[in-house]
Write a protein that binds this ligand. Sequence first.
Ligand code: SAM
Length: 283
Amino acid sequence: MNYRHAFHAGNFADVFKHAILVGLLESLKAKQTPFCYFDTHAGAGRYDLRGEEARKTREHESGVLRLLHATRLPTPLHIYLNLVRALNDGSSHHDLAVYPGSPLIASLLLRETDRAVLCEMQPEEADKLKALFAGDARVGVHRRDGYAALGALLPPRERRGLVLIDPPFEAQEDEFRAIEEALTGALARWPSGTYAIWYPIKLRQQTLPFLRWFARQKISKTLCAELLLHPDNSALRLNGCGMIVVNPPWKFDHTLEELLPVLRSHLAEGRFGQQRVEWLTAE
Ligand SMILES: C[S@@+](CC[C@H](N)C(=O)[O-])C[C@H]1O[C@@H](n2cnc3c(N)ncnc32)[C@H](O)[C@@H]1O
């Protein structure tokens, strides 16, 4: 386990993932009953953009920084950027000192009665996560394998909620198979949960079997959103990324259709840039 998210915090993939995450959490808040947010691969929760790792790659400069001063944005993106700005209160208008990971973004949006379950296997990252949420009774941090935790902790007592699956994909194509296996068990235990699964796009032939797997499942509704910044024909770089949403909130396809072109227009490199929103299953 060599992956450290600090090298990538705030890059285009984080903007894509976190804007969708905000959209999903805001939809869950439309009902008053409490829900559970379950993060299988939580990371450290908060990243120092002036630290050694982020300074080496400067990935946030072609990610979140490009949107910092954008106006007339779709609501989830607007909320997400407000959270990032609030955490950076006092920093220069053209740079950021810290970037929130998915657990911190979620915790800032959860209500008093909602709950978060965060799993992180890397000891140092898990320690940072524990320190960050030490005073927050709504948040439980587990230093354990997020896939196994799905089998042990689902369904949540609230019976409403969202699972974010955001692995490092160090195992390359094997990670897709690990997600399929974990989801098979999770869906059997909690068929009505909403699941958001992030995936990288390098070569198209690597993602196709994964998308076909969803199409074969007995899930009534599965949405897929993708953002491509480079053609999907090189294994050497992150050409784009996608998010699959199983059991999406009502009209979430409309939310994504509004969001994706805006993300593409701000994050695209040169002339290339594509986005798509598609139903993989729809009863
Ligand atoms: C892409 S990062 C997560 C980023 C985070 N979700 C965010 O959006 O801010 C993936 C994280 O998963 C952790 N990890 C790797 N394998 C894991 C596993 N099997 N269970 C839990 N965490 C794991 C890594 O240490 C890393 O911190």
